[in-house]
Design a protein around this ligand. Structure first.
Ligand SMILES: Nc1ncnc2c1ncn2[C@@H]1O[C@H](COP(=O)(O)OP(=O)(O)O)[C@@H](O)[C@H]1O
Ligand SMILES: [Mg+2]
Length: 246
């Protein structure tokens, strides 16, 4: 599997605090790679450097071999970096399909005009439906967004991100506030989505991490102390001492 996101020797300090300490990390095609670690380990700082909210002191971040570390956040989004769930542009009075159509049209810079060809409209419509199928919301396409449950609204937010056709998705605590059924649903959807769009997952719920992630990296004091599958991470002595409290 090829690396889609590659982070090399990334360092970031805040005064005396080393938030990122020579981090090497990659996200491969078709995988969910979870980043875990205790509070203050540097997870948010790493995410902020990936999305361009803060600038690294040294090292680099590449997306599909193109360096993005010096781009603005919106340039990175144009290059295929997507982040949920901070999308709040769901329009409650519109149907789910209409919401996704708006996202697709916005992304392709098409416009609803008298002159939009039937063929073009059909393409955009098919793309929206395809995204809805991926997020398991197609059967609810005609329902008003305001009528969705909490979990379904997350699914719709995911749709709006997928409509941008990103190369990778960064999921920051996607299960926060969801009930067990909604968590199971999201797990199923993420497992399906990763085949087209690999996922970098930041998640506190260890049951979710261990059951969903193909690989897990453990961050402690700004350093990645281990990377591996769930079994490897659970049985890693250093991880057990530093994080799992065993
Ligand atoms: N803007 C900032 N200024 C100073 N210190 C910061 C800033 N952001 C984060 N830190 C420090 O960097 C360390 C890592 O923080 P953070 O990335 O938020 O960790 P996590 O998300 O894993 O809890 C912490 O010690 C935190 O206090
Ligand atoms: Mg944090």
């Amino acid at each position: 599997m090829t690396n889609i996101l590659t982070i090399t020797d990334l360092s970031k300090r805040f005064g005396a605090i080393v938030a990122s300490d020579k981090i090497d990390f990659n996200l491969k095609s078709k995988e969910i790679h979870a980043l875990i670690g205790p509070n203050g380990a540097g997870k948010s700082s790493l995410v902020k450097q990936i999305i361009g909210e803060i600038r690294q002191d040294s090292g680099k971040i590449s997306l599909n071999s193109k360096e993005i570390s010096y781009m603005t956040t919106s340039e990175r989004v144009c290059h295929g970096l997507a982040r949920t769930f901070q999308v709040t542009n769901v329009v409650g009075e519109f149907s789910i399909l209409e919401n996704v159509m708006l996202a697709v049209i916005g992304y392709t810079r098409s416009s609803f005009s008298f002159f939009i060809s039937k063929k073009r409209y059909k393409e955009l419509y098919d793309q929206a439906r395809c995204t809805l199928v991926d997020a398991e919301l197609d059967h609810k396409k005609d329902i008003l967004a305001s009528k969705l449950s909490h979990g379904e609204r997350r699914q719709l937010e995911l749709c709006l991100v997928l409509a941008l056709r990103p190369k990778i998705i960064l999921l920051d605590e996607p299960m926060a506030g969801l009930g067990l059924d909604a968590i199971d649903k999201m797990k199923e959807i993420f497992s399906k989505i990763k085949v087209k769009t690999p996922i970098l997952l930041i998640e506190h719920d260890m049951n979710v991490v261990f059951s969903l992630a193909d690989r897990i990296s453990v961050l402690v004091y700004g350093k990645i102390i281990a990377t591996g599958d769930a079994f490897t991470i659970k049985h890693d002595k250093q991880v057990q001492q530093a994080y799992l409290g065993i």
